[in-house]
Design a protein around this ligand. Structure first.
Ligand code: HEC
Ligand code: HEC
Length: 495
């Protein structure tokens, strides 16, 4: 950099000596003296001395190469912000690599997940998701660390002690193949959509702990129909028949765009892909099935290096009309804008040249937004118009849960209003409990209809509502007892 500066300065000197006039407009390319200031004071900003040195350096890996499952322990910078356009090898080699790598990878993923969770497959008695077909699972199933007998015992320890003794059960979850990352569809969905099966990686959470497929769809404009799909998956081939005469032409057009497949970074017609056969791509509803979610996960587009991108479960589109914050970290304020920037290309314009641009005309994304805006939350029969439980309809346990939610549990400070969300991003500072890369502020997720969208938190690291209560009890240091925690779960089932 210095050398360049000297050459530039020399050039100016030469030019001015021989008497040329330098146009003033060119001066903006010269280095600012501010860039040379050297009196920097190092600070740990509260994380502890030389915090970043406690983290491991991200390994340098090519596309498709296996990544550590505990990526939260790593930090560092990539060589470039842009994704390599090619696979770095011939297609045949790519297929062979994954044929060889996948069985062992998936066996390791399975044992990692078994190490973290006790998938007991035990449902909550009589509790069903809104379609009344799928049971809601009981927790907590996050495994307690060795030597700790109960969540109550764990909650007696301070954040420092939990961190020092490496006892935190709720560390972030990574994408099982983070170098390639991109969408991973659950098995329950692949049964109906084998075209989206990947040659390199499979979903890592059992179907029982995921949303129902296909989820029911509720419209703000037609409450009288309940689930307007009557249990069917809405697709490009049936949407018209199902919705013609029920939607405005604008909404119908928007829905069409949401169910129409377009090429994405790894699901497309080129060889830059993860399906064995060339693919027509995916549609918005490939993940947001029926305007909800099928539990597919991705990595968020907002961070680099690639290995630092947070794993993100597909959020529901239900009730988006009432949200002012879209996407976990990008603070996007309108659905039209979201549809324009969504992550088909990994937020990397370079990739468009490799696989072709998609149509992002405003008209189209506006219409997607128009349909999105009438997707309603599921009915909450026990809630009155002020979002309070109607006492005659609620059990004592549910009423106790509401009291804790609004009082001792302090949930209401961030989960309030018609969607039980404050529309802010909060830094929960979870890194107080483990050594790892801090995740920073994340948007509060709405709790209306929450029983329908496991797993929980942005990365889906919490498999049940019981686990979310244990998580918040620990990180907010609430010291709730077992009865109060169970009551909170019963209450959340009513929302
Ligand atoms: C993996 C499959 C997947 C596909 C396909 C997909 N999304 Fe998403 N969607 C996600 C994920 C993951 C997020 C969370 C992104 C984030 O947090 O940054 C998301 C977030 C959203 C949100 C914000 C919701 C919220 O609560 O913050 C909207 C709106 C949305 N998607 C609309 C769309 C539209 C429109 C399309 C099609 C153009 C689409 N999505 C395609 C997975 C998908
Ligand atoms: C300081 C603000 C704050 C408080 C207080 C708070 N939450 Fe949250 N809640 C959040 C944020 C932020 C997220 C998303 C965090 C993430 O994804 O990493 C969240 C996520 C959740 C989720 C998962 C939502 C989803 O769609 O995955 C549940 C369930 C939840 N909170 C329940 C509670 C309960 C119960 C309480 C009270 C015991 C509570 N929260 C208190 C901010 C808060």
């Amino acid at each position: 950099m210095k050398k360049k500066l000297i050459i530039m300065a020399g050039a100016i000197l030469f030019v001015s000596m021989v008497g040329f006039q330098i146009a003033e407009g060119n001066l903006h390319m010269f280095q600012s003296p501010g860039a040379e200031i050297q009196d920097y004071q190092d600070s740990d900003y509260g994380l502890g001395p030389n915090y970043v040195d406690k983290l491991e350096e991200f390994p340098e890996l090519g596309k498709g190469e296996r990544t550590p499952f505990d990526l939260y322990k790593y930090a560092g910078k990539d060589k470039s912000s842009f994704m390599e356009r090619g696979l770095g090898m011939e297609w045949e080699e790519w297929v062979a690599l994954h044929k060889e790598q996948k069985p062992k990878l998936m066996a390791d993923v399975k044992s990692y997940m078994k190490g973290r969770y006790n998938f007991s497959n035990e449902p909550i008695d009589g509790a069903f998701m809104s379609g009344n077909r799928k049971q809601i699972m009981k927790g907590p199933i996050s495994k307690l660390p060795r030597g700790i007998n109960s969540y109550e015992d764990l909650a007696k320890l301070s954040a420092e002690e939990i961190k020092d003794r490496n006892l935190f059960p709720f560390v972030p979850l990574a994408h099982p193949l983070h170098t390639t990352a991109h969408m991973v569809f659950p098995n329950q969905y692949l049964k109906y959509h084998p075209e989206h099966a990947r040659i390199d990686v499979d979903h890592d959470i059992p179907d029982l702990y995921l949303p129902e497929f296909p989820a029911p769809m509720f419209l703000t404009t037609h409450k009288e129909y309940g689930d307007v799909t009557k249990g069917k998956e809405v697709t490009l081939s049936n949407y018209f028949e199902m919705f013609n005469g029920l939607l405005t032409p604008e909404q119908l057009e928007g829905l069409k765009e949401l169910v129409k497949p377009t090429p994405s970074t790894f699901f497309n017609h080129t060889t830059h892909r993860v399906t064995l056969e060339p693919s027509a791509g995916v549609s918005c509803f490939s993940c947001h099935v029926n305007g909800h979610t099928n539990g597919a996960f991705e990595v968020a587009p907002d961070t680099r290096p690639q290995l630092a991108r947070l794993r993100i479960g597909t959020p529901s589109m239900r009730g988006n009309y009432n949200l002012m914050q879209l996407a976990s970290k990008r603070s996007i304020r309108s659905m039209d804008h979201f549809a324009e920037v969504e992550e088909y290309f990994e937020a990397d314009p370079g990739m468009q040249q490799a696989i072709g641009p998609r149509s992002q005309q405003r008209q189209v994304t506006n219409r997607m937004g128009d349909f999105n805006a009438i997707l309603d939350f599921p009915p909450a029969l026990k809630l009155g118009p002020l979002y309070k439980l109607i006492p005659s309809k609620a059990t004592d346990q549910e009423l106790l849960g509401e009291k804790i939610f609004n009082g001792k549990g302090q949930c209401i400070s961030c989960h309030s209003g018609p969607a039980f969300v404050d529309d802010y991003m909060h830094d929960l500072k979870v890194e107080r409990f483990y050594v790892g890369r801090p995740e920073g502020p994340i948007k509060t997720f709405p709790l209306r209809g929450i029983k329908d969208s496991p797993p929980y938190l942005h990365d889906g690291r919490l498999m049940t509502l019981h686990d979310t209560v244990e998580f918040f009890n620990l990180i907010l240091e609430l010291k709730l007892n077992k009865k109060e925690k169970d009551a909170l779960v019963s209450y959340m089932l009513c929302l």
